[in-house]
Ligand binder design. Sequence first.
Ligand code: BDR
Ligand code: CA
Length: 304
Amino acid sequence: MKRLVIDTDTGVDDAQALLMAFAHPDTRVEAILSVAGNVGVDKTTPNILKVLDVVGRDVPVYRGCDRPIVFTPESGEDAHGNDGLGGADLPASSRTVEREHAVNALIRLANEHPGELTLVALGPLTNVALATRLDPDLPQKIKALFIMGGAVHSMGNTQNMSAEFNIYYDADAAHIVFSEWPMLTMSDWEITMRQGLTGEQAEALRSAPTPRGAFFRKITDYTINRFGLEPFLLPDPLAMAAALDPECVARAEKRYVEIELTGQRTRGQTTVDWRGWSGKTPNANIVLEYDMDRVFALLRAAVS
Ligand code: BDR
Ligand code: CA
């Protein structure tokens, strides 16, 4: 049984990834941590509760950091609608959030279950970085870390063209994580662009005759109106797929990755030692190809 802690700035694709985790048979979601990113933490936290309503599961939710560690750049509010869930206007949940801060909860859980928890970070790495600073042995206590983040050939999606949103939004946090964690699995923006779904596949998910299918349709209307149906991009669902089912990863390479912090145009860029000339030990397992049949199977299960 895989035991997950999910850290998320719950926007549209984060919510899809959460549905996938809850549908996976060999996985137990132990805790969900919120963080600011796509929208503020005052929205990402209740968005998690709304997803729990949809799946009918009780999982402790911990509110995390409300801003990056040092510097807050422009937000991605536009891409996910005003509420972060595509303006789907979902009813507020009556569920409650735990009192403990997400950073403290992550440290506590890792210490209570050393070597047992897999951490999946779907947003900026603020919580993970602060937890790492407070407990420098955290990387040794977490079984594996999967992230959605980066643009490994510098084709990003932010105003710093070479930087991807999650890394760009809190580049300092990303720097801490990439410096302190010996290895993480990285699903970046470029593979997201290469391996989207067809319109037909997306519509198959959107028309699933279930409450989860209806939720999926509601939250994706906005993005489809804004960006079109095809390719139907899966940033966080791809990262989640790698965590849930290693067989989803068809090809990956271990490389040394460093975060650019000072470039006026490039802060947040993930610089990759593709040739191995730095002599530095690889710290990231970069996913270069997914088995999209397997990923699609996880998505189908998520809306069934
Ligand atoms: C990442 O940024 C957010 O907009 C998405 O939720 C995803 O985690 C893509 O760059
Ligand atoms: Ca996200």
